[in-house]
Design a protein around this ligand. Structure first.
Ligand SMILES: [Zn+2]
Length: 114
């Protein structure tokens, strides 16, 4: 489970590196600068659902890993759940997600109430 503040732990970095070694295209070039020099950001980043332009606090988020082109900063987002990274509950009602069942995003509360 990621540290508070979203910093990627050493164990998660190993898991991400292993995932990338098997799926990241060999010699993948940055579409902007053509470099093959990429680095992994030190923190998970999140994408929030759109809520009419207002910030929705407590809503679902999609945790992602950020892979950055070193020379120019072009960035690629990879969904952390899709890489097998497990995240804890996003609300007191939600149970932690087992690592092998990590979804692409936390389950939406309004879908659970239906
Ligand atoms: Zn680049």
């Amino acid at each position: 489970m990621p540290e508070v503040g979203g910093k990627i732990t050493a164990a998660e970095k190993e898991k991400i590196d292993a995932w990338l070694r098997t799926r990241w295209p060999h010699n993948y070039k940055c579409p902007i600068c053509q470099s093959e020099n990429w680095t992994l950001a030190e923190h998970f980043v999140e994408l929030r659902t759109f809520s009419g332009g207002a910030l929705m606090v407590g809503g679902p988020v999609y945790p992602n890993v950020l892979i950055i082109s070193v020379p120019c900063g072009y960035s690629v987002l990879m969904n952390a759940g899709g890489m097998g990274i497990a995240f804890g509950p996003t609300s007191p009602d939600q149970k932690p997600v087992a690592e092998e069942q990590a979804p692409l995003a936390p389950e939406r509360q309004d879908e659970k109430d239906v």
